[in-house]
Design a protein around this ligand. Structure first.
Ligand SMILES: [Zn+2]
Length: 231
């Protein structure tokens, strides 16, 4: 009889998880971060492996050094994220579940100097399944020179879109417009790396890293999954 008890307890736990008595409360924005609710992404599975892949081996070689520090931070925040290999990328179509696919296009948004990152829209239960990153090829052909910090921060900003972070811009000065660069800032002046059109640290050691705002957004995506009972 004693041996039967743990199973009864386990079944009871399963029943609670499978039949929630009320909908989970999800938090979709906070100071300096905002989730991509307009595309139905509210959560990231703490148990799922997420992998950054590349359309060519040359792109893998090019982007990996720019992504390494940010990937370490994302992992420290609790998301299983790794830099993976090379696979076919169709920018118009989502890849395998959990993949954040990098490719390059000429002006993917039709605007000079702008790159694109987006999550696969409306994933089941709002749990992000990865997405597409299309970096503007102008960054590499000499036609769109940028300071190093801006390039580095942009290359991190776009995959964070694919994970489900949106721009946290707000009308802070109450002039009726949510403007470019109008984002919460920390005491030393940095805006989130997710600020539109770009933000983040400008120092040699800080550029290409997430700010605390961005880390809080990632943690919210994971916390939402846990609140939904998703592992
Ligand atoms: Zn953006």
């Amino acid at each position: 009889m004693y041996k039967a008890l743990p199973m009864v307890a386990a079944l009871a736990v399963c029943a609670v998880a499978a039949v929630p008595t009320h909908a989970a409360t999800l938090t979709t924005k906070g100071t300096g971060w905002q989730l991509t609710t307009q595309l139905g992404v509210t959560s990231l599975s703490p148990g799922r492996q997420y992998t950054i892949t590349f359309a060519t081996s040359a792109m893998k070689a090019r982007y990996t050094p720019y992504l390494t520090a940010a990937v370490s931070q994302v992992k420290a925040a609790g998301l299983k994220l790794a830099i993976g290999g090379v696979e076919a990328v169709n920018p118009a179509k989502c890849g395998p579940v959990g993949h954040i696919q990098f490719t390059e296009l000429y002006r993917p948004l039709g605007r000079p100097g702008y790159s694109q990152g987006m999550p696969c829209p409306y994933p089941p239960k709002g749990v992000g399944t990865g997405g597409i990153v299309a970096i503007d090829s102008e960054y590499w052909d000499g036609t769109w020179p940028m300071p190093a910090y801006k390039l580095r921060n942009t290359l991190v900003h776009e995959p964070l879109h694919a994970l489900g972070l949106d721009h946290p811009n707000l009308d802070l000065n109450k002039d009726g417009k949510t403007a470019d660069y109008e984002c919460a800032a920390n005491p030393t002046g940095e805006t989130p790396v997710m600020c539109s059109p770009n933000g983040g640290y400008r120092t040699a050691t800080g550029m290409g890293r997430l700010t605390g705002f961005d880390v809080n957004g990632l943690k919210a995506l994971l916390a939402n999954a846990r609140a939904q009972g998703i592992k």
